[in-house]
Design a protein around this ligand. Structure first.
Ligand SMILES: *Cc1c(COP(=O)(O)O)cnc(C)c1O
Length: 454
């Protein structure tokens, strides 16, 4: 085994194609339904929102999709990303486990999100879109799309969840520097936002509300479309560059397959991007990693949600998606991991969870910040609050290995840095951070409002 700390690939080793897991699954995922007719949606239903190329990628039966040269040129600004062996963290935890993390925080926006923002902006510009609208929770997706729109000369208008807008003013400035317009959501700029404000003037907002606003703003103008940073199949597809690179880096590190793959899940895209290529290998009989999703206890869609058809947004503008959901009207407590405050989950991952292809756990935020601080003091990099959920599960497993003596190989995605999340770290370090108990009756009340739950 080599003694390398980080495994870096050459630019020529950026994957040439994205991997689509759907043809490899034992059963296809259920269709997306039109809320009026309850029939599967067709390309015409989606055309006002998305360019045709992305609609095609959403339903493609091909195992691979080639990455266009224009996208590759932009990817080269930060890809391939490094895979680190967390030797200092291992030492701090006195564990015989070998811990690896794939670091996506080296992108211009500081997370994995540009992996999909860049192709989305590219396909939109090629099909004549002039302006993209979107929502952002923690500000990571908004930053990524603002950066990508600047690369392809598109206008960009962003609804940022109020709780994050207040906690992270510098994320907004970053988006504005790249040329985007940013609204706090709920806003009075849309009917959906104004309706929420009329009922609750101090609403902290939610991703569901911000999606309603961005979708509403995209409708009604032919050269404006909408972009989504997670959840959909084409987003998960684009993120597979993470896992494809990690596969190569793993073998360069002298490792066979990992024993455990851990990722945090908001809508599921960084987790899927990391594990799907490893799952392909597992299904082909090469390795058998346990695969574990980690979600916040304050927004536990896999572990406490229901697998049912629901809207992707709060106002009910989107098609119906079959997914693990807490109900589209569920508003999570304002935990600091804003990127994980989504009521639903990727329909593809939800389907795969039902098939038993991976497991899920939920973590309260203080345990996650404790792991993030341990990580920062050993490895140096300050993790974003979202991947600190994955780190909490990594630390838990590594401590288990310290007791049992098992030399497990653990792989996780450090999908973003936390340098814009100082308010959250300040709250944690000063002891002001609290965990939120999520009472069952709040989940029950939101689930009673599922479409068709009558
Ligand atoms: C957006 C975001 C998430 C949550 O989204 P996924 O689609 O589940 O990956 C997690 N971490 C970071 C750093 C993010 O920016």
């Amino acid at each position: 085994m080599t003694e390398r700390t980080k495994i870096i690939l050459d630019e020529s080793e950026i994957p040439a194609q994205w991997y689509n897991v759907i043809p490899d699954l034992p059963a296809p995922p259920p269709p997306v339904l039109h809320p009026g007719t309850l029939q599967p949606v067709g390309p015409d239903d989606l055309a006002p929102l998305f360019p045709m190329e992305l609609i095609g990628q959403e339903v493609t039966g091909d195992s691979y999709v080639a990455i266009p040269g224009e996208v590759m040129d932009v990817y080269r600004l930060w890809r391939p990303t490094p895979l680190y062996r967390a030797r200092r963290l291992e030492r701090a935890l006195h564990t015989p486990a070998r811990i690896y993390y794939k670091y996506e925080g080296v992108s211009p926006a500081g997370s994995h999100k540009p992996n999909t923002a860049v192709p989305q902006a590219f396909y939109n510009s090629r099909e004549g879109t002039k302006r993209l609208t979107t929502e952002t929770g923690a500000g990571q997706w908004g930053s990524a799309l603002a950066f990508a729109c600047a690369q392809f000369a598109l206008d960009c208008e962003i609804w940022m969840v109020r709780a994050s807008y207040d906690q992270k003013p510098h994320r907004r400035t970053l988006m504005e520097t790249w040329g985007a317009t940013v609204h706090a959501s709920p806003s009075r700029a849309t009917t959906a936002g104004a309706k929420v404000l009329a009922e609750q003037p101090d609403s902290p907002g939610s991703l569901g509300i911000a999606i309603s606003e961005a979708v509403e703003a995209a409708g009604g103008s032919a050269d404006t479309r909408y972009a989504l940073g997670s959840v959909l199949n084409h987003v998960l597809l684009h993120q597979t560059v993470i896992g494809e690179e990690a596969l190569k880096q793993f073998s360069q590190a002298g490792e066979a397959a990992p024993d455990l793959i851990v990722g945090c899940t908001g809508g599921g895209s960084n987790f899927a991007g990391l594990f799907l290529p490893f799952l392909r290998e597992k299904l082909a009989g090469r390795g058998s990693p346990v695969i574990r999703a980690v979600e916040p206890s304050a927004c536990p869609s896999f572990t406490r949600g229901r697998y049912a058809y629901d809207f992707g947004d709060t106002a009910g503008f989107t098609p119906l998606l079959k997914m693990h959901t807490l109900g589209h009207e569920f508003i999570p407590d304002p935990v600091h991991a804003g990127g994980l405050r989504y009521h639903g989950m990727s329909p593809l991952l939800s389907h795969m969870y039902e098939l038993g292809l991976f497991e899920a756990v939920a973590k309260p935020q203080r345990e996650c910040f404790a792991a993030a601080v341990t990580f920062a003091r050993s490895e140096g990099i300050l993790p974003a609050p979202e991947p600190s959920h994955a780190l909490a599960a990594v630390v838990e497993e590594a401590k288990r290995c310290a007791e049992s003596g098992e030399e497990k190989v653990i792989l996780t995605a450090l999908c973003g840095h936390g340098y814009f999340d100082m308010t959250a770290y300040e709250r944690y370090l000063s002891g002001e951070m609290t965990d939120f108990e999520l009472p069952q009756d709040r989940i029950d009340a939101a689930l009673a409002r599922l479409p068709g739950a009558g």
